[in-house]
Design a protein around this ligand. Sequence first.
Ligand code: NAP
Length: 288
Amino acid sequence: MNVSGKTRICGIIGYPIDHTLSPTIHNAAFKELDLDFIYVAFKVEKDCLRETMEGMRALGIHGLNVTIPHKERVMPFLDEISPEAKIIGSVNTILNQSNSLIGYNTDGIGAIRALEDNEVELNQKKVILLGAGGAAKSIAFHLSQKAKEIVILNRTLDRGKKLAESLRSKFYVDVSWGQLSKEAISNHLKKADILINATSVGMNPKLDETLLDPNWLSPEVCVFDMVYGPVETKLIRDAKKIGAKTIDGIDMLIYQGAMAFNIWTGKVPPIKRMKEAIMQKIIELTNK
Ligand code: NAP
């Protein structure tokens, strides 16, 4: 990597941030296309967002990804927000365009691309969405334009209700909500086509945590787990065991990153190279 006085800086802000895989994806892509860009991770605490955004302008940082816990809180500090990010209510990508900070959300489209890339048909399907946080909101916005029915089950009932009502007011999709419970999941699964875990259940270090009893799964229901650390969650392992189609969180991570890459560089992202780089990194981390 040849860093010069003209090198453009991109990065990610979040807390914690030590385990992010985004620098691997983006630096591999910049190198592949021979772009004079570099991507770094910044650990930013909750109450430092104003200073961070001022710093982005002052230092001329070209682009930032935004992750937990800043995706919603960063919005008041931006000059412009894309219509999609406004509806979703969170930003995961910022472009510094001539000192004007523009916020986007690429999580939802990244998730849809991950499903489509794995040949999962969404049109006219019944989807069970576990969770109503940032990741759930971003995919729900896109699903509402394709699926026939969406059932949102969330631990905090009010949050699920708010998401469902917001979708109902904007789209023609049949949306319902309910308390995330064993009974609700097993009942709805009987008539579902796709199950999406958009909660953080199953994430490192709680590797054996899952919201589902393996007996409720069936080969007819496709399982998409947005969690990408670990790549194979307990839910994905259980679904694989019974022969269901499974999609882990890695493809979504790559596609949301690819969209951000396109926003910052205007170039077609080298998806294949991004995937190779991340898989290589995961192997390295697993063997450590
Ligand atoms: P978030 O906004 O904090 O939302 C977390 C969600 O998980 C909420 O619905 C929360 O329910 C639920 N939850 C947390 N602990 C739970 C538990 N013990 N039992 C039941 N529900 C629980 O986080 P987020 O940004 O949506 O992220 C959610 C997951 O998606 C994370 O694992 C994240 O890494 C992953 N993600 C992946 C990608 C990717 O590219 N693959 C991108 C974005 C996010 P309450 O509302 O009740 O708190």
